[in-house]
Design a protein. Sequence first.
Length: 324
Amino acid sequence: MMHSRHSDALRAAQMYYLQDLTMDAIARELRTSRSTVSRLLSAARDTGLVQIQIRNPLDTGPELESLIRREYNVDVHVVPVLESLNEAETLDRVALQAARTIGPLVDSNAILGVAWGSTLSAVSRHLTRKITHDTVVVQLNGAGNMHTTGITYASDIMRRFGSAYGARVEQFPVPAFFDHASTKAAMWNERSVQRILDLQARMSIAIFGVGSVEADYPSHVYAGGYLDESDLRMLARSDVVGDVATVFFRRDGSSDGIVLNERSTGPALSQLRQVRRRICVVSGASKINGLRGALTAGLATDLILDEATARRLVGFEGVAPANG
């Protein structure tokens, strides 16, 4: 049944966009109602069968994308956003674009690694349904801290990804950071933990935001009671600019010698770089230093970000955007 709806959506989209037929004409040909045709066209857009591009001769988006692609060797989607929007509204637009980009990439038998955080929480709310088989969504890092298990927060995100793709969800019920590196070493020898670590090691897609020390809209890890004062001082002494899945790095992309990483439950950056498709979603120009560090570290193959952040990334701020 799902397959037949998919092929109807494809047929309707071809008639509407490639053959210029009206919705009434398509309804007659498919022997259905005009409202069903409208729903099929919406489904075609939402699932990525149809991608609409608007060619604005004044648009700097394609130029920004090619500059970023050249400098950091990533596939880029720059999301045009009016500068009058606040940070939460901008995040919502970027999250919608990210959700539409991810959908077509998730196939059956995939292992999708998801890092929790405010960006991924927003993305998870925009995912559209796509039925897959034997697909697993695995949590990349623990979410507990001194005040909360973090399980509700992280599991809401994971659950939305699981239900969007009909996938099995594997949570990671450990703290974001252990108090002692020796506790982590002992836990990592437990079979129940090794089962999750094994799934992470076989990921085909990883999706994550970038936590940044200086973000205006504070990253969950810096604002949610995960780090105490001595941790923050330690990060400052190590010249840390941000993190991916609670693993920290410097502006030059290096992460060696950052003591907190020995207690973090996120995947080592060297392991993350082994994943075939690594989708980084960033909203908010105040995350620029964290983003630069993540890209320099080679953590992303795909980048989805708002226009203002894209401009800052390539020193393009002096050029006024087409939307004024």
